[in-house]
Design a protein around this ligand. Structure first.
Ligand code: NAI
Length: 245
């Protein structure tokens, strides 16, 4: 990964931070995107720099195309255009469909799906020209199976899987691979406040009998960006302890 430029969206904490650190261990230049959590992004930056690589933080709401443009411009100015893009930024606004507002449906689609579209669109032209690119979309097991109370989130992640496969087909000849990771239940701030009964029901559905860690997802992302995965494209890799088979 030496001299590879990596953009990771939503990297001020959680899985995004772990992905940055794992790529830093491989020697890549790291672009840490965040929307509001400047302090968190700075912590991610320090963790990367301690590993001896260059890193920058860039504030941008990836759901807005003009802000995503600023993210790519900052990457280009610091290191050149990205070789690797990890679309990780994501939100939840859970509710049963009967109670879900139109606004909460739209917001989740805007960040999780449209945000990934925006960044992918901005990445592909230089990747195609270079005949090299690795795009990794962080989807979810819920995008494969659906989930009560997550119609918006599941739809956004299922959409992301469709985006992954379509762009993979469009770009395979240019040596640009596009894959998705479908994490199961990962212990981060996103899952921290779920009620205990929900957590124990989840645990009983995981054959590995443990929750995942952000590092479990990060290692899969580095694998998909590395040489060992050169002939893998359009795939969804579950990182879920066997939760969804
Ligand atoms: P998190 O909530 O800890 O981190 C998400 C990050 O995205 C936050 O730093 C947030 O500020 C950022 N973000 C939100 N909207 C943004 C925007 N418009 N522009 C830029 N950044 C934005 O969540 P976690 O757990 O680290 O999740 C990361 C990804 O993994 C998400 O896409 C999530 O849907 C996915 N995932 C997480 C699972 C889990 O169990 N934690 C399971 C399956 C998927």
């Amino acid at each position: 990964m030496d001299k590879r430029n990596v953009i990771v969206t939503g990297a001020g904490r959680g899985i995004g931070r772990a992905i940055c650190v794992e790529f830093a261990k491989e020697g890549a230049n790291i672009v840490i995107n965040y929307s509001r959590d400047a302090e968190g992004a700075e912590i991610t930056k320090n963790l990367c720099e301690e590993l001896g690589v260059k890193a920058i933080t860039v504030a941008a709401d990836v759901a807005k195309y003009n802000e995503a443009e600023k993210l790519f411009a900052a990457c280009e100015e610091a290191f050149g255009m990205p070789h690797i893009l990890v679309n990780n930024a994501g939100i939840t606004k859970d509710n049963l469909l009967m109670r879900m507002s139109e606004e909460d449906f739209d917001k989740v689609i805007e960040v999780n799906l449209k945000g990934s579209f925006n960044c992918t669109k901005l990445a592909v032209s230089s990747m195609s020209k270079k005949r090299y690119g690795r795009i990794i979309n962080i989807a979810s097991v819920v995008g494969l199976s659906g989930n009560i109370g997550q119609a918006n989130y599941a739809a956004s992640k299922a959409g992301l899987i469709g985006l992954t496969k379509s762009v993979a087909k469009e770009l395979a000849r240019r040596n640009v691979t596009v894959n998705a990771i479908a994490p199961g239940f990962i212990e981060t701030d996103m899952t921290l406040n779920l009620p205990d009964e929900v957590k124990s029901a989840m645990l009983s559905s995981i054959p590995a009998n443990r929750f995942g860690q952000a590092e479990d997802v990060a290692k899969a992302a580095v694998f998909l960006a590395g040489e060992a995965a050169d002939y893998i494209t359009g795939q969804v890799i579950s990182v879920d302890g066997g939760m969804h088979m």
